[in-house]
Design a protein around this ligand. Structure first.
Ligand SMILES: Nc1ncnc2c1ncn2[C@@H]1O[C@H](COP(=O)(O)OP(=O)(O)OP(=O)(O)O)[C@@H](O)[C@H]1O
Length: 252
């Protein structure tokens, strides 16, 4: 049996802010169809790592390979076109636009140029169809016409996922998709992420340990910018260094 080639490979990413090394020679990969979670205490460098992979921040050293291609120096839009999509820790939807319009804008950002040859109305119909499909995938089809600002918090997080899906990614970079969600919303979002794993590889930064242990195929633990452990959930749960550095007896 041959091992699956990783879709994403992070090779030795390092980033310093002044005297602080925020990601310190980070190596990890995400296999096709895998949810690889990154956990770690506040300030461990998780968002910085996502920023380096998405192209929001240039690393000081190291490489990012996507499907074998070195994307370390590609712009964010080019990474999106290559198949990387991210969501943010803080909700960032346009509140005055409907859910459908929010998603259609993302679809346009991805595909606008390829629809240029179409008449505007036909292009718009294509974008709306793509947006409806993404809303359907996250369970928001019935809320398409609602202004994003009027959606419940959990629905906004679903909308952000739809916005990411509208760019037709192969890998989702999710930065705390459950942040701020109540218990019922959390259950719904966990079920949604579990469904999405069938079609997308996911690099998941999340503080909700129940979600992480329920969803992740592998977990990497980041402490002070360094990966101190990578493994399947049972290995991470049992790892004494991880328990000491991060998990705490009650969560582990
Ligand atoms: N642009 C920046 N300039 C200077 N320092 C920064 C910058 N961005 C992040 N940092 C610092 O880098 C460290 C890591 O931050 P980062 O947001 O990556 O951590 P995190 O693991 O995502 O934390 P949290 O779990 O709280 O979201 C923190 O000490 C933060 O203050």
């Amino acid at each position: 049996m041959t091992a699956r080639a990783p879709l994403l490979r992070i090779e030795g990413l390092s980033k310093r802010f002044g005297g602080l090394t925020v990601t310190d020679d980070v190596w990890l990969d995400v296999l096709p169809g895998e949810i690889h979670a990154v956990i770690g205490p506040n300030g461990a460098g998780k968002t910085t790592l996502i920023n380096e992979v998405s192209g929001a921040l240039a690393p000081d050293a190291g490489r990012v390979l996507f499907d074998g291609l070195d994307i370390t120096r590609l712009s964010m839009p080019r990474r999106v076109r290559a198949g990387l999509a991210r969501t943010f820790q803080v909700t960032c939807v346009l509140p005055g636009f409907s859910a459908l319009e929010n998603v259609a804008l993302a679809a346009q950002a991805r595909d606008g140029s390829s629809f240029r040859f179409l008449r505007p109305a036909a292009g718009e119909a294509r974008l709306n169809a793509a947006a409806r499909e993404a809303l359907e995938a996250v369970g928001l089809a019935g809320r398409a016409a609602v202004p994003a600002g009027a959606l419940a918090h959990g629905e906004k997080r679903q909308l952000e996922l739809a916005i990411a899906l509208a760019t037709r990614p192969r890998l989702l970079l999710l930065d705390e998709p459950l942040a701020g969600a109540g218990p019922e919303e959390t259950e719904r979002l966990i079920a949604l992420l579990d469904r999405l794993r069938a079609d997308y590889a996911i690099l998941l930064v999340e503080h909700d340990m129940r979600a992480v242990f329920a969803l992740a195929d592998r977990i990497s633990v980041l402490v002070y910018g360094r990966v101190v452990a990578t493994g399947a959930p049972p290995e991470i749960r049992a790892n004494p260094e991880v328990r000491a550095a991060y998990l705490g007896e009650d969560e582990a």
